[in-house]
Ligand binder design. Structure first.
Ligand code: ADP
Ligand code: 5GP
Length: 220
């Protein structure tokens, strides 16, 4: 981290599958500099459109288990019959470079990161949590089907989990109802921007501007 650059912060995004997290994350990253997406590890098979190292790091169960044993995950959870996890290596170097990092993780993983004295302590940075809600059950069903990525049993499994996931919305700092994707992604970007302007995070910048004033001209 160069002098004057504050540490980046962590933004957890959770939602029932199909609510639109991936869409919002990509659009918010188009709107903002200085924010990167954490690519998770998963034991799920890749979908046809997915690429190794872009959507996920796709790994065998044994490789995932050995990363768990080596304590390389910030959090991990079993979701819809597969394991998913955020590796420390994916997040920490970015935080140290001053980048904000977006995590698309399920409610169990988010709870692990948010827990007082939980794993986020290892990152030494602030954690902000955002829950993305679909505007209605009809919209969620239409989005999961319309996405065309999952077979019918996988869609059923995701819908069955949705109510339980929605019930945990109260654990989050912010809520975005993803009705119109454009407005919802602007809201996500606004949350990230607002966090950057807090005086605590601006401390080094404030110090350098004030030092300039003290050193120059009629102000000194
Ligand atoms: P998630 O990552 O939460 O599983 P996706 O971002 O893959 O969800 O979105 C699921 C589907 O819904 C995709 O086909 C996406 O294009 C569509 N979608 C996302 N947001 C909206 C929205 N606001 N209105 C209509 N369709 C949307
Ligand atoms: P999908 O299989 O549709 O890509 O993702 C299924 C679920 O796994 C989503 O709720 C998504 O947020 C969650 N997920 C993706 N990556 C991670 C991760 O690293 N950790 C946890 N706990 N959940 C994840």
């Amino acid at each position: 981290m160069s002098a004057g650059t504050a540490r980046g912060e962590l933004f957890l995004l959770s939602a029932p599958s199909g609510a639109g997290k991936t869409t919002l994350v990509h659009r918010a990253m188009e709107l903002l500099d200085g924010v990167e997406f954490s690519i998770s590890h998963t034991t799920r098979r890749p979908r046809e459109s997915e690429e190794e190292g872009v959507d996920y790091h796709f790994v065998e169960c044994a490789a995932f288990a050995s990363m768990v044993a080596d304590d390389r995950f910030l959090e991990w959870a079993q979701v819809h019959g597969n394991r998913y996890g955020t590796s420390i290596d994916e997040v920490l170097p970015r935080i140290e470079r001053g980048m904000d990092v977006l995590l698309d993780i399920d409610v169990q993983g988010a709870a692990q990161v948010m827990a007082a004295g939980g794993p986020a302590g290892r990152l030494d940075t602030a954690v902000h949590s955002v829950f993305v809600m679909p505007p209605s059950p009809q919209a969620l069903v239409a989005r999961l089907r319309g996405r065309g990525l999952d077979e019918a049993p996988a869609i059923r499994q995701r819908l069955q989990g949705a109510l339980g996931e929605l019930g945990r919305v109260r654990e989050y700092d912010y809520v975005i109802v993803n009705d119109r994707a454009e407005a919802a992604s602007e809201t996500l970007a606004a949350i990230i921007l607002e966090k950057r302007q807090r005086r605590e995070r601006m401390r080094e910048r404030v110090r350098s501007v004030l030092a300039d004033f003290h050193a120059h001209g009629p102000f000194s």
